[in-house]
Ligand binder design. Structure first.
Ligand code: CO
Length: 134
């Protein structure tokens, strides 16, 4: 059911430092910062030929990545995003397959302006999974 890997998201405590590492040390092309108050993050995208790396920094008091950074103060891989053709069909199929869809089960608009859902990490080898309709 899943298609291409869309991105790997890394939560970081200091976005400027993370941008410098990716742009300078790794020589990657990094997008401008995007503040997403409704998701509680500031994000940049590292563009690779076959996928993206999403660097996430907490934004605001109730950022969903604040607890993650408390456990992983240096930062770490937060989630992996796979592409699907139809987010509603994928969401239903995941529930039939016994996986838990987070939130109210309905897709939200993700960082790329496309519908996304998140799947419980305990159902996927300890990794938070994002599905994005492309
Ligand atoms: Co993501």
């Amino acid at each position: 059911m899943i298609g291409n890997l869309n991105h790997v998201a890394i939560a970081v405590p200091d976005l400027s430092q993370a941008i410098a590492i990716y742009a300078n040390t790794l020589g990657a092309s990094v997008s401008d910062r995007q503040e997403l108050p409704e998701h509680g993050v500031t994000v940049v995208f590292v563009e690779l030929p076959n996928a993206k790396i999403e660097l996430l920094e907490p934004l605001g008091e109730s950022s969903p990545i604040a607890a993650f950074l408390k456990k992983n103060p240096a930062g770490g891989i937060h989630h992996i995003c796979y592409e699907v053709d139809d987010i509603i069909a994928a969401s239903r199929q995941m529930e039939i397959n016994g996986a838990r869809v987070l939130g109210d089960g309905n897709p939200k608009t993700g960082a790329h302006g496309k519908p996304v859902i998140f799947l419980h990490p305990k159902d996927f080898c300890g990794t938070l999974i994002e599905l994005e309709q492309v």
